[in-house]
Design a protein around this ligand. Structure first.
Ligand code: GLN
Length: 240
């Protein structure tokens, strides 16, 4: 018997889904099943009606060209996304969608792609590409492992806090040591890899917030995360 069903919505699976970001959806689905719940995976692509019944939202990275393709639709669904974020709905956005959850992304050729302003931050394209393995320390989630590949550099405003502080790699930009952003129950990160297989604490945070919002409580099972621990140790020991 299932403890309940959560509707997990993946934003723009065609355009915004690179460097293995799809793995994040698979992890949420599998861990939710292991915890004794049922996952219903929904997709939203440009032009689709936004579904009524959503419990968790997830979105990946994309090339600048993919960001340009989805920008109009993202603005159309922005009021709904803002309302859900304010209501405590958990969201995970990676790289390209992370940038667009901020105020704007000014690409290296000067094109401004407006963001939806859920996160108080802005991104500027540069000629420098930040590529490689990243390790970041986070008070909430412990050590976070992932892989970055971006030329946009993000600067946080006063309305958000960083997800973590890098001990390897660049993260948000090449200057301040911040990686990602946290606000409400939104987790934003530059890290692909994908992020959640190596960072089950973040996956369970998202599932917990979604279950508590829908059912009033989350009753997780005790999961064996030794494979994730092994992957983290290997990833952390690899060069940039
Ligand atoms: N196009 C954006 C950049 O290069 C995002 C890239 C990504 O999602 N990996 O900064």
């Amino acid at each position: 018997m299932t403890k309940g069903t959560l509707n997990i919505l993946q934003l723009y699976p065609k355009e915004m889904n690179i460097y293995g970001d799809w793995g994040n959806v698979l992890v949420l689905k599998q861990r939710l099943t292991w915890h004794g719940y049922t996952a219903n995976i929904l997709e939203h692509s440009a032009g689709d009606d936004f579904p009524d019944d959503v419990d968790l939202i997830i979105g990946g990275g994309g090339q600048d060209s993919g960001q340009l393709v989805i920008q109009q639709d993202l603005q159309a669904i922005a009021p709904r996304l803002r309302e859900l974020a304010e209501d405590g709905l958990p969201m995970l956005v990676i790289c390209g969608l992370y940038q667009l959850f901020g105020k704007f992304f000014k690409t290296h050729d000067g094109t401004i792609i407006p963001g939806i302003g859920i996160l108080d931050l802005e991104t500027h394209g540069t000629n420098e590409r930040l590529i490689g393995n990243v390790v970041a320390d986070s008070e909430e989630f412990g050590e976070i492992h992932g892989y970055e590949n971006h030329s946009g550099q993000t600067h946080l405003g006063a309305g958000v806090r960083a997800l973590g502080t890098v001990t390897k790699g660049a993260g948000n930009n090449s200057q301040d040591g911040h990686e990602g952003a946290r606000h409400l129950n939104v987790v934003a990160s530059y890290l692909h890899g994908s992020l959640l297989p190596k960072n089950p604490a973040i996956a369970d945070f998202l599932l917990r917030k979604a279950a508590e919002r829908k059912f009033g409580s989350f009753e997780p099972a005790d999961l064996d995360d030794s494979l994730a621990d092994l992957a983290r140790r290997h990833a952390g020991a690899r060069p940039r």
